[in-house]
Ligand binder design. Structure first.
Ligand code: MF3
Ligand code: CO
Length: 291
């Protein structure tokens, strides 16, 4: 249960003001939704100005790393080389790749090609081929703050079908962003993402999704794209989460690599695409922190 403070107590946000003249009305609004049966964020999910500044500085590195990959990626390159660029650029800029060692993940970045849905492991043996589509999912830690975003890259001459999948998946994220409105619901956002995928004849992976992010790599809530409007967590100013749908050309069914226990594939072998943004809910809408 979301709890009010004593009215003359110092506000929980650290402003130094009294609670009654700071976040009391804001808290009343959250509690109203909670009493209506909605899921509301705990106070620790609401980022302070200091947190937001920290996440933004972390994201400067994350974005620069993805820009660097965008400049260098090409056919004939191994995914191991991508990993090295991510590691070296991140360290040079003072950050730490968040993926490295995360739950035993062996590399600094996820590289997922064609029918790989996510969590592809960079390797010397995986060489980018003309016509491949690849997701590079990059996450950075700087001074304890986390940024997380991913982009798709088309290698050489990509078929119109795969190109369309890549473009529509990006549009799915944009459709979701339009629904990031304070005091609306994450389910509104997820529904918009899903609908755009369905309208194009695609499916969206259910088991894996976005997440709160910033003071830790993966925070609450789990962000699904298979949701109804008016459901899931209330979007409150100060929340930071990722929108990162995995959109499949064919079935939404997936399986995990038995050998490495990480890489996720489509069950039918058809391509999958993903874009990821990290977004802050503001008083008036949203601000993209990492992309
Ligand atoms: N970056 C992924 C995400 O978007 C998480 C990757 S975890 C790893 O949430 F261990 F596979 F790197
Ligand atoms: Co993420």
């Amino acid at each position: 249960m979301y709890k009010r403070l004593e009215r003359n107590a110092p506000c929980w946000c650290g402003s130094g003001k009294k609670y009654k003249s700071c976040h009391a009305a804001f808290d009343d609004k959250i509690i109203k939704y909670e009493l209506e049966g909605h899921i509301v964020p705990s106070r620790k999910l609401l980022k302070s100005e200091k947190d937001i500044e920290g996440i933004k500085k972390s994201a400067v590195i994350n974005i620069a790393v993805l820009d660097e990959i965008g400049d260098k990626i090409k056919a004939g390159m191994s995914t191991e080389e991508i990993d090295q660029i991510v590691y070296n650029t991140t360290i040079k800029m003072g950050g730490i790749p968040a993926d490295l060692g995360y739950e035993g993940f062996p590399k600094s970045v996820c590289t997922s090609i064609n029918d790989e849905v996510c969590h592809g492991i960079p390797s010397d043996d995986i060489i980018l081929q003309d016509g491949d589509i690849i997701n590079v999912d990059c996450s950075t830690i700087l001074n304890g703050y986390f940024s997380d975003s991913s982009r798709m890259f088309c290698i050489g001459n990509v078929s119109p079908e795969k190109k369309k999948l890549v473009e529509v998946t990006k549009e799915c994220v944009e459709c979701g962003l339009k629904e990031v409105i304070p005091w609306h619901f994450i389910g509104d956002m997820g529904h918009a993402v899903h609908q755009h995928a369905l309208d194009n004849g695609y499916s969206v992976v259910k088991e894996i999704g976005g997440h709160g992010c910033g003071n830790a790599f993966h925070e609450e809530p789990f962000v699904s794209y298979v949701t109804k409007p008016g459901t899931e967590m209330l979007m409150v100013p100060g929340m930071v989460f990722t929108i990162e749908p995995m959109v499949n050309m064919g079935t939404d069914e997936i399986f995990i690599d038995e050998e490495n226990d990480w890489t996720v594939y489509t069950a039918d072998g058809k391509p999958s695409a993903q874009w990821e943004v990290e977004v802050l809910v503001t008083e008036t809408g949203y601000e993209i922190l990492s992309y």
